[in-house]
Every structure is written in C-alpha cells, then in structure tokens.
Design a protein around this ligand. Structure first.
Ligand SMILES: NC(=O)c1ccc[n+]([C@@H]2O[C@H](COP(=O)([O-])OP(=O)(O)OC[C@H]3O[C@@H](n4cnc5c(N)ncnc54)[C@H](O)[C@@H]3O)[C@@H](O)[C@H]2O)c1
Length: 365
C-alpha cells in the first residue's frame, strides 16, 4: 500500500447524493478519480458522470482490479459490509459511509478486518470538520465550561414527513433495523462524544413510526426517536431525532451546558458558536485570526465567506488522504473505531426501545 510521493488514485462506489459529495472532495484534495461503479453495469457511466470519475467500471471486481489506492463506499447501508470487505481484501484503503454496517456485530467485524489489513479506514462523521465544532471541543478540553452539567439537542429533518415519501432507508432490508437514529442520530452522538471527550454509557430510548405505511408498503423503521442518557463522567442528557419534523431540513443542534460557560452549535448555521455565560453571552463568528489552532487547521475560507457542509467534507477527505500518504492519523479523524462505536450506540437504542425504554448499557468493546 505504499503511496508516498504520488498522486492518490481513488474509486467511488455509488453515484447518488454522497457519491457526488465524495467525488467533489476527492478532486479538491488533488486525487485522480479513476473510476466509479453504479448499481448495475448499465449505470456505470452515469455513476462516473455524477462523481466526476474518469470512467465507469461495470463491476466492483473490475474497479478493485484497477490501480487505485482508496475506495469510497457511497451505497445504501446493507451493501457497506460486502463492498468494504471486498475492498479491504483487495488491499485498498477505504472511506465507508455511515452507518458503517447495519448491526454492531458487522461493524466490529469491519473494524477488525481493517485493522488486520493495516488499512486506513474512515467514516464520514463530517460535522467534526466544522471549525466552530473544533473551537467548541478545544474550549471544553481547556476547561472553559467549568463542570459540564448536561447535554441536549436534536437532529430534525422533514423530507420523510409526507405519507408517500419514499427512500431505500425506509426499507429495513436496505437501510437496517434503525432508520432515523442510525441515519442521523448517529451523527449527533458522534459529535457529542467528540466535543466532550466523554462517552454515553446508558440509554433509555423510545421510537415512533408516524407513517405506518408508505405507498402501500408496511414500514418497519422508525420515523423518530427520543433518548435520554448518562455518560461515563456522570453527565445527563437528551436527544430527539426525527425525519418527520415539518420545517426542519437538516437541523443538528447540540448544546453543552456547564457551570461556567455553555455552548450551542447549529449545523445549519455552522460559522457561529454561541457561548453562554451568566454575565454576558457571545455569538462567536468563524474568523481564522481568532480561532484556536485545532479550529484554524480546518478553516478553509477567510472570515465572512460562508463555509459549509461540502467544505467540512473536503477537510475530512483531505485528512483521510493525509493518513494514507503520510501514515499519520490527523487529530479528530473519524475511523472505523468511531463507526463501530456508533453501531453499538444504535444497538443500545434498539434494545432499550424494544424493552419499553428500559435503561440499557452501551456495549464497550
Ligand atoms: N456522512 C454524511 O453526512 C451522509 C449524508 C447522507 C448520506 N450518507 C450515507 O451515504 C450512503 C449513501 O446515501 P445517499 O444519500 O448517497 O443515497 P442515494 O440513494 O442518493 O445514493 C446511493 C447510490 O448507490 C447506488 N447503488 C445501490 N447499490 C449499489 C451497488 N451495489 N453498487 C454501486 N452502487 C449502488 C444507487 O443506485 C444510488 O445511486 C448511505 O449509507 C447514507 O447513510 C452519509
């Protein structure tokens, strides 16, 4: 897997929303996007067009036989396990979309396979790459919050609110047994654990399916979830996750409350960080002149020039490629351990909800 001193060559599997986002980030990072694979041989060229790849490959086997260093797995959740295992066996580094797998067991199997292969293997928990998130993390690590007292927030969307709204995520075969929590609650939990450096240890969760059928088909995955939790440090918290909350598009909101300072971050307004204090509160605006060094490292544009989701993605992909090239692990790079950790949180949510919200321990192995 030696890749020193040459341009990385990458392939993309899946040419939908995320295949396009990954393709743009790969090009920005200076990689050669050698090829793309679609859902069928007939879709190969369409996948290439969507991702910016030089050409389409009819099958995954053909893409993996090509001279590529990194495979981006951007397909529906149930394909992550077989596609990623095949890529690791072919000696490739992998960026696999979240959720890493549709069960905790499969996700830890992928972590073990990546470790065994000695591959760089990452998962795009990309909200970690907003500079104001790094600023929040730095300030908490430096003790600015005082004692952290509670964590709360939500991740709300409305794109599945209609009775006939459909997507592969609704189908538990393609998406896995959890939908809203695995799809977006996973991001909220990753971000919360990332900025606090603390871990959720026990969860009490409820799931609801508002649309029992969609287009005549029975729905077996949740439209929304709420969970309360405790952390290793003894902090308590709550989160609401929904894909049927009218008016909210992609609103991930996290508030960390402390005895000295509190912090609020809204993913739809990512260039700002609210810092609350008893005497006077502040709304910090991203400015590389005043950011802490870890936040400045992922800054991409001058102050006042809005930086957003694709920029965060560009920084994540650039860090993954740096890990491949330099055998380095840039600070805060979400790897398969984070993906496996996330799958254990989803597993605890499902087990708790099945037991009518009973407090459930998050497996920690
Ligand atoms: N990290 C993030 O912020 C983020 C955001 C959105 C989605 N995702 C994840 O990205 C993945 C893809 O989601 P999406 O929103 O792009 O879905 P999508 O439906 O827009 O795209 C999926 C694409 O994969 C193709 N496909 C299906 N099976 C395939 C196969 N076996 N081989 C090759 N291509 C295949 C489909 O034809 C489609 O073009 C999911 O796992 C999702 O959870 C992550």
């Amino acid at each position: 897997m030696s890749t020193t001193a040459r341009k990385l060559r990458v392939g993309i599997v899946g040419g939908g929303f995320m295949g396009q986002v990954h393709g743009r980030s790969a090009l920005v990072a200076g990689a050669d996007v050698v090829g793309a694979v679609g859902s069928s041989p007939e879709r190969a060229e369409a996948a290439a067009g969507a991702t910016g790849a030089a050409r389409g490959f009819a099958t995954l086997d053909e893409l993996l036989a090509a001279d590529i260093d990194v495979v981006h797995v951007c397909t529906p959740n149930n394909t992550h396990l077989p596609v990623t295992l095949q890529a690791l066996e072919a000696g490739k580094h992998v960026i696999c979309e979240k959720p890493l797998a549709t069960s905790a067991k499969d996700a830890s199997g992928l972590l073990a396979a990546a470790t065994e292969a000695g591959a760089v293997a990452t998962v795009p928990f990309v909200y970690r790459y907003h500079p104001m998130v790094r600023e929040l993390r730095t300030r908490i690590a430096e003790g600015e919050a005082g004692q952290v007292t509670s964590l709360h927030g939500s991740y709300l969307q409305d794109w599945l609110a209609g009775e006939n709204d459909q997507n592969w995520r609704v189908d538990d075969e393609a998406g896995g047994p959890s939908r809203a929590f695995a799809d977006i609650g996973s991001h909220w939990c990753d971000l919360t654990e990332f900025v606090t450096g603390d871990r959720i240890t026990e969860i009490s969760a409820q799931l609801r399916t508002i649309r029992a059928t969609r287009g005549g088909a029975v729905v077996r995955t949740e439209d929304l979830a709420s969970a309360q939790f405790r952390t290793a440090a003894g902090v308590i918290g709550t989160v609401v996750v929904s894909q049927v909350a009218a008016g909210r598009k992609n609103r991930l909101y996290l508030e960390v409350s402390g005895t000295e300072s509190s912090f609020g971050f809204d993913q739809e307004d990512p260039d700002r960080l609210w810092v609350g204090r008893r005497a006077a509160s502040q709304l910090l605006t991203r400015d590389p002149e005043t950011l802490s060094p870890p936040a400045a490292r992922v800054n991409r544009l001058p102050a006042g020039h809005a930086q957003g989701y694709q920029d965060a993605f560009d920084s994540f992909v650039a860090d993954t490629y740096a890990a491949v090239r330099d055998d380095d692990h840039p600070d805060g790079l979400p790897d398969f351990a984070a993906g496996a950790r996330s799958a254990r949180l989803v597993d605890a949510v499902l087990r708790s909800a099945a037991a009518d919200g009973a407090w459930t321990t998050v497996e920690n192995h």
